[in-house]
Design a protein around this ligand. Structure first.
Ligand code: HEC
Length: 450
C-alpha cells in the first residue's frame, strides 16, 4: 500500500520539490507566454511589414529553443523524479485519476515541441503564411498543455465533486468534475498572466543580449513586450477570485493562520503589481527603454512572484497532498485505511524502512526514528527546514501529548497513526533530539536523572 520515499538531508523532500517545481513552472510558463507573444507579434508584424519586429522574433525563437525547451524538458523530468520519490502515493493517485488527462497533455506537449522546432528552422524556407501558421500551432498547443495540466494541479487543492462521483461509480463524470474544479478558472487566468509577464521580460533580456539592435530599435521592441507585462498587475484581483474558491481552512491559512503563507502571498501580489504598473506607466505610456540589468531585476521579481504563488498554493493544502483525501504522509484520510494501521502499528507496514521482525525487537528510540521517517519526514527534517529538534524542547510527557494532538495543535499536520507503543517510541526518539535545556543543565520537573 505504500511506496518508498527518500530522505533529503537539510532541506527535506518538500523543499526539494518546491525548488525543482518553481524552476520548471517559470520555464514552462515562459514557453507558453512566448508562444502567445510570438504568434500575435508575427501576425502584427506581417500585416504592417515590420521588418525589425520580424528580425527580433527570429532571434527570440532561438532563445526560446535553447532556454525553454532544454531547461523545461530537464526540469520537467526532474519534477516527475522528485515527486515520485517524495510523494509516491500521491503521484500514483494523480496518474490513476487522470490517465487520459496526462495522455492528452503529453500529446499537446509533443505538438508544442515539434512546432517550436519547425518554427525556428523554417524562417527562411517556408512562405510567410505557413510560417505564421506554425507559430500559431505552437502557441495553441503550448496553451492547451497548460490548460490540461492546470486541471490536474488545481485538483490537488480543490477536488470538485470528484470523490462523490467516483464513489457513485460515475467514473467519466468524476474525471470532469475533478478537472473543472473550483479553482480551475481563476488558476488558469493567474497562470496565463504569469506566462505573458515572463515572455515580456524575456523580450527585454533577449533584445539587450544581442548586439544587432540600435538603442531606438531596442526601445521599440521592449515597448511591444510591455503589452505582455502590463496585465501582470491583474494578479491582485485574480488572486482574490482564486482565494474565494479555495477550501475554508486553506483560506484561513493564507489570510493569517500560517503567517509564512500570508507573507509569501503578500510578496507575490506586491511584486506582480509593481511589475505590471511599471510596464504600463514607464514602458507603454512613456515608451522608456529597459537596460539588461533592469530586465534581469524584473525577471528576478517575476521569479519571486511566481515562486511565491506556487509556494502558497502548495503550502495551504496541508495536511493534504490531495485535499480531503490523501495526507502528506501518504496515508488516506479514511478510517477504513487508518484504523487497521492504528491497531497493527505503522512499523509493521513500512517494509522499505524496516523489516517488521526487526522492529519488534528494536529499542524504543530506534523504533521512534523509523516512525519519524514514516510519518513526519515529509514535512520535517531533523535540523534543517522545519527542523523538528527545536520544536521538541520539552520532556517526554509533553512531547507525548504533542504527538497525541498533532492535528489539533496545528491543523496543517495530519493526526498520528500508530499504536500507543509507537507514540511512546516516537516521543522517546524526539526527546533524544532535544538539546538546549539539557545542555544548560536543566532538569524538567518530572525528568529522570540520566
Ligand atoms: C503535512 C506536513 C507535516 C507533517 C506530516 C508533520 N508536521 Fe509537524 N509541523 C508541520 C508544520 C508546518 C509545523 C509548524 C512549524 C512551526 O510552527 O515552526 C509543525 C509543527 C510541529 C511541532 C510543533 C507544534 C507546536 O505546537 O509548536 C511538533 C512537535 C511537530 N510538528 C511534530 C510532528 C511529528 C512528531 C510529526 C510526525 C508524526 C509531524 N510533526 C508531522 C508540518 C507537518
Amino acid at each position: 500500500m505504500y511506496y518508498p520515499f527518500f530522505d533529503v538531508p537539510k532541506i527535506g523532500g518538500g523543499m526539494l520539490i518546491a525548488v525543482v517545481a518553481i524552476l520548471h513552472v517559470v520555464v514552462a510558463h515562459f514557453a507558453v507566454g512566448a508562444g502567445i507573444f510570438t504568434a500575435v507579434a508575427e501576425t502584427f508584424a506581417r500585416r504592417r511589414n515590420d521588418t525589425l519586429l520580424l528580425r527580433f522574433l527570429q532571434d527570440n525563437s532561438r532563445f526560446l529553443i535553447l532556454f525553454a525547451f532544454i531547461l523545461g524538458a530537464v526540469s520537467g523530468v526532474g519534477i516527475w523524479f522528485t515527486i515520485a520519490l517524495v510523494s509516491p502515493r500521491a503521484t500514483s493517485n494523480l496518474i490513476h485519476c487522470f490517465v487520459w488527462g496526462w495522455a492528452i497533455e503529453w500529446v499537446f506537449f509533443a505538438v508544442e515541441i515539434v512546432a517550436g522546432y519547425c518554427y525556428y528552422y523554417t524562417w527562411r524556407t517556408v512562405s510567410p503564411g505557413r510560417h505564421l501558421a506554425i507559430g500559431w500551432i505552437y502557441a495553441v498547443a503550448a496553451f492547451a498543455s497548460l490548460f490540461v495540466i492546470n486541471g490536474i494541479i488545481t485538483f490537488m487543492l480543490t477536488t470538485g465533486r470528484f470523490f462523490e462521483e467516483r464513489a457513485a461509480g460515475n467514473y467519466d463524470a468524476a474525471f470532469w468534475a475533478g478537472f473543472f474544479n473550483e479553482t480551475f478558472w481563476p488558476s488558469l487566468v493567474l497562470r496565463t498572466l504569469s506566462c505573458l509577464a515572463l515572455a515580456g521580460i524575456f523580450v527585454c533580456i533577449v533584445v539587450n543580449l544581442s548586439r544587432r539592435y540600435t538603442r531606438e530599435e531596442r526601445t521599440r521592441i521592449i515597448n511591444y513586450g510591455a503589452y505582455c507585462l502590463a496585465p501582470f498587475a491583474l494578479m491582485a484581483p485574480v488572486s482574490i477570485w482564486y482565494f474565494n474558491n479555495v477550501p475554508e481552512a486553506s483560506r484561513r491559512m493564507a489570510g493569517g493562520g500560517a503567517i509564512a503563507m500570508t507573507l509569501f502571498l503578500a510578496f507575490g501580489v506586491a511584486c506582480s503589481v509593481m511589475i505590471g504598473a511599471y510596464a504600463y506607466f514607464a514602458l507603454i505610456r512613456k515608451k522608456r527603454y529597459v537596460s539588461l540589468e533592469t530586465s534581469l531585476l524584473l525577471a528576478a521579481m517575476a521569479l519571486v512572484a511566481t515562486g511565491a504563488m506556487e509556494f502558497v498554493r502548495e503550502g495551504i493544502r496541508k495536511p493534504y497532498v490531495i485535499q480531503g483525501h490523501l495526507w502528506s504522509n501518504g496515508i488516506v484520510d479514511d478510517p477504513a485505511e487508518y484504523e487497521p494501521l492504528m491497531r497493527a502499528g505503522i512499523l509493521s507496514n513500512i517494509p522499505w524502512i524496516v523489516d517488521p521482525k526487526d522492529a519488534a525487537v528494536a529499542d524504543s528510540k530506534t523504533r521512534g526514528d523509523w516512525v519519524f521517517r514514516a510519518q513526519c519526514i515529509q514535512c520535517h527534517t531533523v535540523d534543517g527546514v522545519n527542523g523538528i529538534r527545536h520544536l521538541v524542547n520539552y520532556d517526554r510527557d509533553i512531547i507525548r501529548n504533542d504527538i497525541e494532538y498533532l492535528h489539533v495543535r496545528k491543523t496543517f499536520m495530519p493526526p498520528f497513526v500508530g499504536t500507543e507503543r509507537e507514540k511512546a517510541d516516537l516521543a522517546e526518539y524526539l526527546y533524544s533530539l532535544n538539546y538546549s535545556a539539557r545542555d544548560r543543565g536543566y532538569r524538567m520537573p518530572n525528568e529522570d536523572p540520566e
